[in-house]
Design a protein around this ligand. Structure first.
Ligand code: BDP
Length: 721
C-alpha cells in the first residue's frame, strides 16, 4: 500500500515536472555552462546512433581520468546513465586518447602535427570496420579539451555525423587573474568571498576547487594567478606556499598552472634584507632561493605577476632602477625552472603628464631590454578598464617585447554584478583594434598571439569575476563573461555573437525561442552601458573608490588623475580631453594612420570623440547634430536599451527556470534604476557647467545636482583596502 502510494506520488511529481515544464525546476546557476541537462527523445536518438560506448586506454593519467569522469558526468546528466568504458573498439564507439596512450589511434596516422600541445581533433571515422567518433590529441590535456568540446556539441544538439573538427589555441598563456586577498575578500569582486579558503587549506581541498578547474578547462583556460596584484608579501611564506601547492595539485589534472602575484619588497618584509634593489646580489639570491623553494613544492609553477611602482606598490624605481631591471632579476630566478614573469604596464602618477601617455613613455624606451621569459601585461586601454577606451598604444609600439593583453572580466567600471553587460563586444573591439604597427591588419590579436612580431611567448589575462556566490559570478549573465574570455583566449578572432549563442544554448538549453532574445539582449548590453555612463569617448566618471555610480563633478582628490573632472574637462566652453597634437599629443603614440584618424575631427570616430578632443557644446557631429544634443540622446538611449532588455527578458518567463529568471529580472530593474541615475546625474552636472538649457524632448533630471553629489556608498562591495 505504502509502496503503491509512493509510486503514485513519484509519478505525479514526475508528470508535474514534465507537463509544467522547466520553469518549476529551480536552477541556481552553480553548474555554469556545464549543466548536462537531460536530452529530449530526438537528441537521445541522434546520440545513440553515433555513440554507445567509450574506448580509452586502461592506464590513464589523472588528466585522462578527468576526461573520462567528465564524460560520465555528461552522459549521466544527458542520458540518465554513463556509457560503458573499455579498451576495445565498439561499433558506434567514442575513442579518446593520444597516439601514445592508445595504439589504435597511432595506427590511424592522424594529422596531429598542427594541433600543437593543447589542440584536439574530433572526427567521425571508420576503424576496423566500425563507425567511431574519435577525440584525439598530442597530449592528455588536448584530449580533455576535445572531450569538453564534444560534450558541448551534444548539449547544444549539434549534428554528430561526419565530424571533422580541428581546434588549437592561438595563445599559449590563457590566464585568469584573481584579485583575491588572503583574508578572503576580493578586490573588485562582486560575487562573494574568495573561492580560495586560505584558512582551511591545505588540509581541506574544497570540491569547489575541482569544479573551478573543470570550468576553466572547459573553456581552455590554463593558468590562474591566485592572489591580488596588490600583493601581500605573506603569500610567499612557507605556510601559504603549502596552501598554494595544494591548489596546484587540484588544478594540475585540468591543465591549470598556478601563478602568484608578488610584492616587490618581499625580501625586506620576509627576508631581513635592508633593500629590494634588483641589482643587489643579496636580493637576487633571495628571489632565487624563493623560486627554488616554490618549484620544489610545485614543479609546474607558472611564475610571477608583478604590479610595481604603480598605485603605491613598491618596485625597482624605488632604487632608481628600471622596470626591465626589476623584471629581469625575477626572470633569472624563474628561468631555470621554466617560469615566466608577467610584468604589468599599468603605471601612472607622473606629475603634469596626461595619464593616457604614461605607460607608453615608461615602457617604450625599454623595448628589447627584457629577458626572454618576461612578458609585459598591458590593459586593453591606456587608462583603466573603462566601458570604452581606444586600444593602448603600447600594443603597436613594442616590437621586441612579448605582450599579453589584460582584460577585466569583473565589471568594476561597468555596473558591477548587477549590470547585464556582456563583454564579448568589448573584448572583440580590443582584440580587433588595428595598431598598423606593420601596416593594415596589425591587430592587437596578432600582437598578443605572437604572430605579428614573431614572439615566443603569447598570452592573455582576464581579471576574474568569480567568488563563492552559488552562481560563481554574481549573476547568470556574468558567467557569460568568464566563458567568452576563455573562448577569445583560445581564438582571439572568435565572434562575440557566436560565443553568446553558444553560451546561451549551454546555459538555458538549445531552444531558439530563448537563444534569439537572449543573444539580442547580450549584444546590445555593453553599448547600453557606454551610452548611459560615458558616451562619445568620456571616461572615468565613476564614484570615488568604489567606482559605483556617476560622479562627473568630483575634483578634489589627492591626485589630479583620480578626478572625473580631469577626464571630462567640462566647462562653459565645451567638454573633452584634448589629446591631439596641439593638446597632450597622446595621438602621437599611435602609428601614423591611427594617429591621423584620432587627431583629425573629420575622421575621429564619434565613439572616441571626447577621449581625443575638447569641443564646444554646439560642435556638430558627422550626423549634423550638436554634441550637446547627442550627449542627451546617448544617455537616454542607454536607459531605453535597458528597458528594452527588461521587456525582452519578461517574454522568457515561461521558458526559463524560476530562480534564474527572477534574479535576472531583479538585476535588470536595478540596472534600469542605475541607468536613469547615471543619465540624470550626468545631465544635471553638464547643465550646471555648460549653462545650456536641456535639449527639447529629453527628461529633466529627477533631482538637482546637490542631491546626486550628496549620495554616498561606503559599503559598496569590492573596494580596494
Ligand atoms: C584599478 C582598480 C584597482 C586595481 C588597479 C590595477 O581600481 O583596484 O588595483 O586597477 O589594475 O582599476 O592594478
Amino acid at each position: 500500500m505504502i509502496a503503491t502510494l509512493f509510486r503514485f506520488v513519484a509519478i505525479a511529481v514526475a508528470s508535474a515536472v514534465l507537463t509544467v515544464g522547466p520553469s518549476v525546476n529551480a536552477e541556481d546557476g552553480h553548474k555554469l555552462w556545464l549543466r548536462y541537462a537531460p536530452l529530449d527523445t530526438a537528441a537521445r536518438a541522434a546520440l545513440a546512433s553515433r555513440v554507445t560506448a567509450i574506448t580509452a586506454a586502461a592506464d590513464t593519467s589523472p588528466t585522462l581520468a578527468a576526461a573520462r569522469a567528465e564524460l560520465d558526468r555528461g552522459f549521466a546528466g544527458m542520458l540518465g546513465a554513463p556509457l560503458p568504458h573499455d579498451t576495445a573498439l565498439h561499433d558506434h564507439g567514442l575513442v579518446i586518447g593520444t597516439p601514445a596512450s592508445l595504439p589504435a589511434l597511432a595506427a590511424l596516422h592522424l594529422p596531429l602535427g598542427r594541433l600543437g600541445h593543447d589542440g584536439y581533433l574530433i572526427r567521425s571515422i571508420r576503424m576496423n570496420g566500425k563507425d567511431e567518433t574519435i577525440v584525439a590529441a598530442n597530449t592528455d590535456i588536448g584530449v580533455l579539451y576535445g572531450v569538453f568540446a564534444l560534450l558541448e556539441r551534444i548539449e547544444r544538439q549539434q549534428p554528430l555525423a561526419d565530424l571533422d573538427i580541428v581546434s588549437a589555441p592561438r595563445i599559449d598563456l590563457r590566464i585568469l587573474d584573481h584579485w583575491d586577498n588572503l583574508d578572503g575578500s576580493v578586490e573588485r569582486g562582486y560575487a562573494g568571498r574568495s573561492l580560495w579558503d586560505w584558512w582551511t587549506l591545505p588540509d581541506y581541498k574544497d570540491p569547489l576547487y575541482t569544479d573551478y578547474a573543470r570550468a576553466d578547462a572547459s573553456i581552455g583556460i590554463n593558468g590562474a594567478v591566485l592572489n591580488n596584484v596588490n600583493a601581500s608579501p605573506d603569500i610567499l611564506r612557507p605556510r601559504y606556499l603549502a596552501k598554494v601547492a595544494a591548489l596546484a595539485d587540484v588544478f594540475r589534472p585540468y591543465g591549470i598552472k598556478v601563478y602568484l602575484s608578488v610584492n616587490f619588497a618581499s625580501p625586506m618584509v620576509l627576508g631581513d634584507l635592508k633593500t629590494a634593489d634588483p641589482l643587489d646580489p643579496a636580493v637576487a639570491a633571495w628571489w632565487k632561493r624563493k623560486a627554488d623553494t616554490i618549484y620544489r613544492a610545485i614543479p609546474d609553477f607558472g611564475g610571477f605577476l608583478v604590479k610595481a611602482n604603480s598605485e603605491g606598490q613598491p618596485g625597482p624605481q624605488d632604487y632608481h632602477r628600471s622596470h626591465a631591471d626589476g623584471a629581469n632579476m625575477l626572470a633569472a630566478a624563474l628561468a631555470p625552472h621554466g617560469g615566466v614573469v608577467m610584468w604589468r604596464a599599468f603605471v601612472y602618477g607622473a606629475a603634469d603628464k596626461d595619464r593616457a601617455k604614461q605607460a607608453f613613455d615608461e615602457f617604450k624606451p625599454l623595448d628589447g631590454a627584457f629577458a626572454a621569459n618576461v612578458i609585459l601585461q598591458v590593459k586593453n586601454g591606456p587608462i583603466d578598464f573603462q566601458p570604452r577606451e581606444p586600444f593602448s598604444p603600447l600594443f603597436g609600439a613594442m616590437h621586441r617585447t612579448p605582450m599579453m593583453l589584460e582584460l577585466q572580466i569583473t565589471k568594476e567600471y561597468l555596473g558591477q554584478a548587477t549590470s547585464l553587460a556582456y563583454l564579448g563586444p568589448l573584448f572583440e573591439e580590443a582584440l580587433r583594434a588595428d595598431t598598423y604597427a606593420r601596416g593594415k591588419g596589425s591587430t592587437v590579436a596578432r600582437v598578443i598571439d605572437g604572430s605579428l612580431f614573431g614572439n615566443r611567448l603569447s598570452g592573455i589575462a582576464g581579471v576574474a569575476n568569480t567568488g563563492r556566490d552559488r552562481d560563481w559570478a554574481g549573476s547568470t549573465f556574468n558567467q557569460a563573461n568568464w566563458f567568452v574570455f576563455g573562448r577569445m583566449a583560445w581564438n582571439p578572432d572568435a565572434d562575440a555573437g557566436a560565443v553568446a549563442r553558444e553560451w546561451s544554448e549551454l546555459t538555458f538549453g538549445p531552444d531558439r525561442r530563448i537563444t534569439t532574445p537572449v543573444v539580442d539582449m547580450m549584444m546590445r548590453s555593453r553599448e547600453a552601458v557606454v551610452d548611459y555612463m560615458t558616451p562619445l569617448g568620456l571616461a572615468h566618471q565613476m564614484g570615488t573608490g568604489n567606482h559605483y555610480g556617476p560622479a562627473p563633478w568630483v575634483s578634489d582628490l589627492a591626485r589630479p588623475e583620480w578626478n572625473p573632472t580631469y577626464y571630462n574637462r567640462a566647462d562653459r566652453t565645451g567638454i573633452g580631453f584634448d589629446r591631439t597634437a596641439s593638446g597632450s599629443d597622446a595621438v602621437s603614440q599611435y602609428a601614423p594612420p591611427v594617429a591621423h584618424r584620432f587627431d583629425d575631427l573629420a575622421t575621429v570616430p564619434d565613439a572616441d570623440l571626447l577621449w581625443f578632443h575638447h569641443v564646444p557644446w554646439d560642435y556638430r557631429l558627422h550626423s549634423g547634430e550638436t554634441l550637446w544634443h547627442s550627449l542627451a540622446d546617448h544617455y537616454q538611449h542607454g536607459v531605453e536599451e535597458v528597458a528594452a532588455m527588461q521587456r525582452e527578458w519578461a517574454t522568457l518567463a515561461p521558458l526559463i527556470d524560476a530562480q534564474r529568471f527572477a534574479k535576472t529580472a531583479a538585476f535588470l530593474s536595478i540596472e534600469h534604476r542605475e541607468a536613469v541615475w547615471w543619465r540624470d546625474a550626468s545631465m544635471a552636472y553638464w547643465l550646471h557647467v555648460s549653462g545650456l538649457p536641456l535639449p527639447a524632448g529629453y527628461p529633466a533630471p529627477a533631482h538637482d545636482l546637490g542631491y546626486y553629489e550628496a549620495l554616498s556608498f561606503p559599503n559598496a562591495p569590492g573596494q580596494a583596502k
